[in-house]
Design a protein around this ligand. Sequence first.
Ligand SMILES: *Cc1c(COP(=O)(O)O)cnc(C)c1O
Length: 408
Amino acid sequence: MPKLAILGGAPAKSKPFPTWPIFDEREREALNEVLESGLWWRTPGTKTLAFERQFAAFHQARHGVAVTNGTHALEVALAAMGVGPGDEVIVPNATFVATASAVLFAGALPVLVDVSGDSFCIDPELAEAAISDNTKAIIAVHLGGRPADLDQLTAVAEKRGLPLLEDAAHAHGSEWRGRKVGTFGIGGTFSFQASKTMTAGEGGIIISNDDDFERLARSTHDCGRLPGEWFYDHFIYGSNYRLSEWQGAVLLAQLTRLDEQTARRHANGRLLDRALARIPGITPQSQDSRITRNGHYAYIFHYDSRAFAGVERDRFVEALEAEGLPTQAPYPPLNQLDVFTSGAYRERLSGAQAGATHDFLKDAFPNTERQARETVWITQNALLGDEEDMREIAAAIGKIGENACDLL
Ligand SMILES: *Cc1c(COP(=O)(O)O)cnc(C)c1O
């Protein structure tokens, strides 16, 4: 029997995975062009403008508004949707804090709902059940790059007359029925933070096919200005969320690789689905025939410790890391974060909403728990490897399965 790497054996993974970020002369030249041009900020520059046009076109959207990061993309989008004090926005409980904190920044209440137990994306029926007279919008998160059920979500949104916003921070290039995500609702937001599948270290964008929404988002992100108007005319409340030319230049270069990289991660993800389904106790995040591409910010699978001699998930992850597989932590349920349990979130609210009980925060969220306590996330760079890398990932997990008793 091979010895587990965590117990001193040889790691199952011999060949190193591609490292992230990936860059070459394209980024170097683009940055030099900005340097030499002397136009280092967005307003007189050309790079960020070109990037937002190309990113939007790639996603089959008419408009793109580049912003400082993915959190700000959500904040600007919510402002453009008119979300404010007293409003409620429906948010999945299994996501990065920004999806909910952006709602709080608007002075509104994020109403957390559970996710589906196999996709770990927002459960459309629970989202519909959470709608109240104060609901102003629904936010879907495409967890790990896997699109949420956009058929059901758009149907609920349409039926109830609510805008759907897609937090696509994990899902650059992901598709539902051949159409890129971020274009199914009023808008889609993306992040270009260092771990994301395109990066300039930091950065974000909002895409949309809604002209009125775009106009308000663009104005909000640029101090309330309007295109074509005098520089010191400010028409609405706005702030400065502009993306710098340095980042626009890097992202233009990153975008040239996105199609190939997402195709590769999607194909490798499906190889892993087949290989891991053969290992007892491992259930990959569910796919769906309507998902024509999964951009795979991560490869997520459910881990059933009972098939691994009762070895706890965290111990399994340690063993996996020792075998040479890079992982990242799943998200803790938002309702368990200090900002909610301590009541600190109420400082963002006003009126009757600030003093209300918000009983949903004490609900059971069994599938969000399952996501937090029982899933394993392999980082996206591993999916940029080749078929042999995928076989080695499966072999590493299988090896731990066969030797799980040694970990007790
Ligand atoms: C990364 C992320 C954000 C925020 O993006 P930043 O660029 O880090 O501000 C929002 N939502 C989700 C789901 C994310 O993963």
